[in-house]
Design a binder for this molecule. Sequence first.
Ligand SMILES: [Ca+2]
Length: 289
Amino acid sequence: MEMRAGKTLLAAPLLALALILLPLTAVYASTPSFNIPEAYPTKAGYYIGESVTIYVKLEWSDLSQNYTLDIDLYETVNNTKVLDLGSETIPGAGGSVSGYKELTYSSLTGLTDEPGTREYEVRVIDTGSGLLVASKKLSITVAEASIALSVAWDDASGDRQIDVNEQVTLTCFITWAFVNTSKTDSLYVSVDGGQEQLVDTVSITAGSGSAQKTWITAFDSSGVHTVKFTLKDASGDEEAVKSVSLTVGQAAESAPVRASILDLVKQNIYLIIIVLACIGAAVIIAKYR
Ligand SMILES: [Ca+2]
């Protein structure tokens, strides 16, 4: 009687524990779950008005029924839905179904109206229960257009010394990024603040790109000359400017100086020999006197 009671006393908590744990483990093992391990825009930066592509990886596990999911894009600061990304039907009937789907949402508009970085969140809602089952934050960066010029030069002889009247080839590199509409700009050049002259037109394409234009000149005077390239849009507004200073004539000035010293020595070589001989004779006379 006492032993029975002891057994009962021991069995009761075990049974209670089993009753608590059994359904817990069963529920834990088969809880359907959804997850977004990755969600991001496919470009690091967009120009104003550019359409956006968002990649989303949606994972699920332990489904035992089919789910219809509503996928939305929210703007997190104001917690407002900005885009309905559609819906996905995930097959789960049959039990413990796991898998993933890679979703690409392209041509999304209205996300690049102004420059800056904005935070968004992809939200997945189970249409059956109305509950949020997965979410993932992402940010979209919109950049303002930038156009830059850089200039390189080559002299005709290739010695990096520009002589007076030596031909110099200037190459102007035009690079741009986040330009939102294709357009035709014009590249002008001016020397020492003089009259601007057209080098060529430049086709600026939407997004990013580069072009290069060459301009050949020569300088008829020595000294420092400033060459200024200016890129202008169709209405004549300056879009980018780059000036370079070129030193002309240093080599041409120093070379004749060296040549004339040599010439002087050559022309007066007999006089120099006589003078040196006289000095030598004077030294000898002084020594033996
Ligand atoms: Ca040269």
